[in-house]
Design a protein around this ligand. Structure first.
Ligand code: ADP
Ligand code: MG
Length: 344
């Protein structure tokens, strides 16, 4: 390979020199698992994350020469409250909240498809639909079963066709069109019970589909449940991006972590192969800068997906975009657990 230049693509460096992602990570660049790295140069990545380009280049060259990985550069500690003690549930490895600023950006759809893609990869994954007044997960998966009592005498959530335990307010209503008119404290207590009182079994990941915005429910989840981090879903539309900025601030104020960002409805490819961006150009890079977290995926608008959602057959949907999302998600979580800058 020709000698390294600041204009070399990050992905090229990481692919050519196995282990080089550790050098980027030490500098605070979450390139492993970040969609941006596929088209970002070292110079661009350093600019986005406000890094010292010369120091990064020097460390990369040293790594290529003799394999040395530099120690992690400490970011100045921000104002932060001490982490709250939260009850971990035995058997549930990671709890991850999925949040958006604005409704209708596809947060529930992305939560469901992330779960489906993780399940296809052999991971055990459950979904807690924390949108108590506007639940949608039961409908997406076409699940109408109710809670059942296991041999252990405990209540178990219904399980989807491909083996995803799922809890949603729908399972407690007489009919799915019934309105739930509950105040904040009742919503919060329902979410805590969904998590605490149900027997979820052994799970690698429990995904929590939050209602849009920064209301009581997201606060409850981030404060009362042992959430490892949050995935933020947005669309490129200016309004959605502006509101997701608030969600980023909320997560950071609560001393929680943004694991990654997902840009949904990024583009549309018509039958002639023509690609359009109905909501405008991607805002992914701006959100990466603001949150310091990687862009896990940019997902297209797909009418096939919308139809399968309406039919309750979301598990029939397969797309390489969601495979990439799941792969990136799996990659960034260990970095989060280790407390590297990728998690911040
Ligand atoms: N990538 C996509 N392509 C096509 N339709 C989508 C896509 N993402 C979401 N939708 C559709 O948009 C609507 C809103 O999605 P939903 O997941 O309910 O949003 P949210 O949970 O953010 O309110 C749904 O009808 C869903 O089927
Ligand atoms: Mg929703």
């Amino acid at each position: 390979m020709p000698s390294l230049s600041p204009d070399t693509l990050i992905r090229e460096v990481v692919e050519t020199h196995k282990g080089a992602d550790a050098v980027f990570a030490a500098h605070g660049l979450p390139c492993a698992g970040c969609h941006v790295s596929t088209r970002e140069s070292i110079r661009g990545g350093a600019a986005v994350h406000r890094l010292d380009l010369d120091a990064l280049m020097a460390d990369l060259e040293r790594f290529i020469a003799d394999g040395t990985v530099p120690p992690a550069r400490r970011k100045p500690a921000g104002p932060s409250a001490p982490p709250m003690e939260r009850q971990r549930k035995p058997g549930v490895e990671h709890v991850v909240a999925v949040m958006s600023g604005k409704g209708g950006v596809g947060k529930s759809t992305v939560t469901a498809l992330l779960a489906v893609a993780l399940r296809r990869r052999g991971r055990s994954v459950g979904i807690l639909d924390a949108d108590i007044t506007g639940p949608s997960q039961a409908k997406l998966f076409g699940v109408t079963a109710r809670l059942h009592q296991g041999a252990d005498g405990k209540p178990h959530p219904p399980v989807t066709r491909t083996g995803i335990p799922l809890m949603s307010m729908n399972f407690l209503l007489d009919n799915e069109n019934q309105a739930v008119i509950w105040r904040g404290p009742m919503v919060s207590s329902a979410i805590k019970q969904f998590y605490g009182d149900l027997e979820w079994g052994k799970l690698d990941y429990l995904l929590i589909d939050l209602p849009p915005g920064t209301s009581d429910a997201p606060l409850t989840v981030l404060q009362a449940l042992p959430v490892d981090g949050t995935v933020l879903v947005s669309t490129p539309q200016g309004l959605a991006t502006m509101i997701v900025s608030k969600a980023i601030k909320l997560v950071q104020q609560l001393n929680s972590k943004v694991i990654g960002l997902v840009e949904n409805m990024s583009y549309f490819v018509d039958s002639s192969g023509q690609r359009t961006e109905p909501f405008g150009p991607s805002k992914g890079v701006e959100l990466v800068v603001e949150s310091g977290a990687p862009l896990l995926a940019q997902l297209p608008i797909d009418p096939v997906l919308a139809a399968l959602c309406d039919e309750g057959k979301i598990e029939d949907y397969a797309s390489p975009d969601y495979d990439a999302l799941a792969e990136n998600f799996i990659k960034v979580l260990p970095a989060l657990a280790a407390g590297t800058p990728a998690s911040r």
